[in-house]
Every structure is written in C-alpha cells, then in structure tokens.
Design a protein around this ligand. Structure first.
Ligand SMILES: Cc1cc2nc3c(=O)[nH]c(=O)nc-3n(C[C@H](O)[C@H](O)[C@H](O)COP(=O)(O)OP(=O)(O)OC[C@H]3O[C@@H](n4cnc5c(N)ncnc54)[C@H](O)[C@@H]3O)c2cc1C
Length: 445
C-alpha cells in the first residue's frame, strides 16, 4: 500500500483518471472520425434523410461503445470498477435508445416526404426491404430491453429474468451489424469508411468475446477451481474456501469480487457476485455470503471437492487507488467481507475500522478483524444498534468525533445501499476529497 501511496504523491496520474481519459479519448476520436465520414459522404436524398443518416452513424458508435463498457476488460475494470462502468452502460443505453428511435423516425419521415405518401404506408413499404427490416427488428429489441431496464419494471423482475431479456441485445447487435453492412451509407460509402467500420466492429466484438468468454473459460480450465471447505460463520452466514491450480498466478487483489457458479449444485445460469473475504494468498480464495435468497442460502450445502466456475476477479475497491497513508475502513453488516480482506494489506499504524451491525452477534468475521487491527496497531469501533434508531454514527458530527482526521484519510465504505449512501453523503458534507473516497455497493445492475 505504501508503494501506491508514494507513487501518487510523486505526481503519477491516478489510475482512475488515466482510465477515464482513455475512455474519453476513445469516444472523442471515434466521434470525430464519424463526423468526417458523415461530411465526406455527402447529403442524402433529402434533408431529413441526411439527418437520419447522422443519427444512424452515431447509434452504431454508441452501440459499439456499449460493448466496451461491459466487456469486463481488466485494465478498465480495475481502474474504474464494474459498478461505475455498469452505471455508464445504463446511461449510454438510454442515449442509444433515443438515437435509434430518432434515426428510425427520420428514415420513415424522409422516405414519406420523398414518395409523397403517409408515414404509415412508408413504414410498411420499408419493412419489405430486408436491410430496413433488420434495422426495425434491432430497434424493436432495443425498445423491449429498455422497457425492462426502466427502474419501475426492473425492480419488479427477478434478476435472472431481467438478465435473460437483457441478453437479447446480442441479437439486436447481430441484426444491427447486418443492417449496417447492407446499408449503402456506411460500410460502402468509401474505402476509408469500410476500413473504419470493420476495424471498430472487430475491436468491440474482440474485446467483448475476450473479456466475457475467452478469459473466464481459459482461467477456469487453467485453475480448475474446487470447493476446499465450507465454514459456518453464523446462523445465516457461510464462508466457502475455494482452491485451484496455480492460484498464485491469478491476478486477484484484496477488495475485489468474483462472480461464482457452482455447477451441479445450482442451475448453471445462476451466477452470484461475492467479494473475496480474505486477501488472496496464492493457494485459496474465500467468499463469505449472507443467506438472502435460495442461492446464497444453499451455499452451506456445497460438497467439498465440487467444482466451482469463477469469473473475475473484478472491481476497483482496492489499494490501487490509495492516495493517503491513513485509512478509514467502514463496513455495514456483511459488507465487512472486502474490508476484512483489505485490512490484510494495511501496513502498521494508521488504520481505523468502523463496523456497523445490529448486535454483536451479527458481527461476522469480527474476531479476524479484531486480530488484524490489533496486529496493525489500529482502532476498531464496533457500532451496534438497530437500523434507524437513535443518532446515526454516520452523521457528520458523530463521524468526526470517532475519526477527527477523517479528511486526511482514504475512506473505504462497503455496506447495504442505504448505509453506503448515508456515509457517502456525510463524507461530502465533511469535504473529504472525492479521490480519497472508495465505495463498494454490493449492487451492479
Ligand atoms: C460486487 C458485489 C459484491 C458482493 N459481495 C457480497 C459478499 O461478499 N457477501 C454477501 O453476502 N453478499 C455479497 N453481495 C450480494 C450478493 O451478490 C447477493 O446477496 C446474492 O447474489 C444474492 O443471491 P441469491 O440468489 O441468494 O438471492 P436472490 O434473492 O436471488 O437475490 C437477491 C438480490 O441479489 C440480486 N442478485 C442475484 N444475482 C445477482 C447477480 N448475479 N448480480 C447482481 N445481483 C444479483 C437480485 O437482484 C436480488 O436483488 C455482493 C454483490 C455485489 C454486486
């Protein structure tokens, strides 16, 4: 940790800033290329169709940018974090929806004006043209996915149902690709346009296939993960120790999480994210899970020796982002898991841990946390009490009373969404610089 801290002090660009710049540069360079291609291709058959083309080209770029955001490329994920990338993916997704709808509406309007017919008639005659029909089908799939991703609907759907419907976007991508290929305005408008669009599609698809398929499959074949032990931590919390071959070569860090599948025990489509609850030691990985639904509740019955399929490690909740020598680690409930792992990386001295639980009995892994804090000469405050009753320990005055030099520390927060939001709001009010604040929300979608 000290090494990272020293690097930052010496003026190196923080990793998150470097990654943001890289992404912005990618977006701006591609938009500039698309503007040049658009201008050099000349106008369409009328003004409306020219604007429609403009929206169509931008929809294609946005769609490919979407793939990069969810490709789980380690370089981006470790710097920005999957949670933040997913939030951006959501916003770009809705922008894409409106861009596609504008493109579609303008195409119909443009051709209606050209043929002096109604928009309805034009719509049905366009549906007879294969290239347009493919585009319409792609747009329809995007609309369905956008509807199920709207907050109101999303909150009422099971994660697996929503995820299954979301995967339809790959069908939309395929349709959109062929639509773009058959359209005369993009791939075939000029030789540079052809080279550019082929390169962009190959790059985006290559990134997606590598990050989502090749790397996880290769890692699982290489490491052959299996359950080494299952330990009950409390009535409703269990730790699963997973071992495998060459685990010293798995680039995992304390604070990260993996997406776990236990084939043979759970349905193959059930994959759940759990943080590493101990720093990886090159021999085992450990997750500690609270029973929330059927998958997490069933982990206690995992047979020792059964296979595990592990995707990851993912996440930016690590010491890579340290900027100060002192750390304040705040955990709520089972949010202690990545905090417990991060503690192992702490050097002697300046660490304070605030662990919020209803009662001492709910404080899982507390003995391990206590020992680690003691080894490092730090301070642990076990903050007990029912949620929402009495003064919150995370109000600005209470937090400052517990940790007077909070603004001088890096603050790592992990807990239930409401607690995490409350702590983040307090840190803003206390004017803790944003670059010193690191949060894991236990929620991706
Ligand atoms: C980055 C991250 C790290 C986490 N680390 C831990 C941890 O260390 N310990 C712990 O106890 N919990 C952790 N969680 C929460 C944990 O993933 C869920 O509690 C667990 O997936 C619930 O699964 P279930 O099938 O038992 O419950 P369900 O009732 O099926 O699901 C409960 C909730 O979890 C959501 N969920 C289910 N599967 C997924 C998925 N694949 N991706 C995103 N959300 C999903 C559902 O939408 C639902 O809201 C973490 C979550 C995230 C996002």
């Amino acid at each position: 940790m000290e090494a990272t801290y020293t690097q930052v002090r010496q003026g190196t660009i923080p990793p998150v800033v470097a990654a943001r710049w890289a992404l912005w540069t990618f977006v701006i360079v591609n938009l500039m290329i698309v503007e040049v291609l658009f201008l050099s291709a000349g106008t369409g058959q009328n003004g409306v169709l020219t604007v429609a083309k403009f929206f169509g080209l931008h929809a294609a770029v946005l769609m490919l940018f979407q793939l990069l955001l969810v490709a789980r490329l380690p370089w981006l994920d470790r710097r920005i974090g999957m949670d933040r990338l997913t939030v951006w993916h959501r916003w770009v997704g809705f922008t894409l929806l409106w861009t596609i709808l504008s493109h579609a509406a303008l195409v119909v309007l443009g051709f209606a004006r050209l043929g002096h017919t109604s928009m309805t008639k034009t719509f049905f005659s366009l549906a007879d043209v294969p290239a347009s029909l493919l585009g319409m089908c792609a747009a329809a799939v995007v609309v369905v996915v956008a509807v199920v991703s709207a907050r109101y609907v999303r909150q009422r759907l099971r994660y697996e149902v929503w995820h299954g419907l979301h995967l339809l976007l790959y069908v939309a991508l395929g349709l959109a690709f062929v639509h773009q290929l058959q359209e005369t305005t993009t791939f075939s408008s000029s030789a540079p346009a052809k080279i550019y669009w082929w390169a962009l599609w190959l790059f985006a698809f290559g990134a997606l296939v590598t990050g989502r398929f090749v790397m996880p499959v290769w890692r699982n074949v290489h490491h052959r993960f299996e359950v080494a032990a299952v330990v009950l931590e409390s009535d409703n919390v269990v730790s699963v120790h997973v071992t495998g071959r060459h685990l010293d070569r798995l680039p995992a860090r304390a604070g990260q999480f993996c997406i776990w599948r236990f084939p043979g025990h759970n349905h193959w489509w059930l994959a759940n994210p759990f943080s590493l609850s101990a720093a990886p030691d090159g021999r085992t990985l450990r997750l500690t899970a609270k029973a929330v639904g059927s998958t997490s509740a069933g982990l206690r019955h995992l047979p020792v020796g059964s296979r595990a399929f592990v995707e990851g490690p993912y996440g930016a909740f690590t010491s890579v982002h340290r900027t100060r020598s002192g750390a304040l680690l705040i955990a709520g409930g089972v949010g202690i898991t990545p905090i417990r792992a991060l503690l192992e990386e702490e050097s002697a001295g300046d660490v304070v841990v605030l662990y919020r639980v209803r009662s001492e009995n709910d404080a899982v892994l507390v003995d391990e946390v206590r020992d680690l804090v003691a080894d490092r000469g730090g301070r642990l405050h076990l903050l007990t009490g029912p949620r929402g009753e009495g003064a919150s320990p995370f109000e600005p005055d209470s937090l400052r009373a517990l940790v007077p030099d909070v603004t001088e520390r890096d603050v790592y927060v992990c807990g239930p969404p409401t607690m995490t939001s409350a702590v983040l709001s307090t840190l803003r009010r206390l004017e803790v610089p944003q670059r010193q604040v690191h949060a894991e929300r236990f929620g991706l979608a």
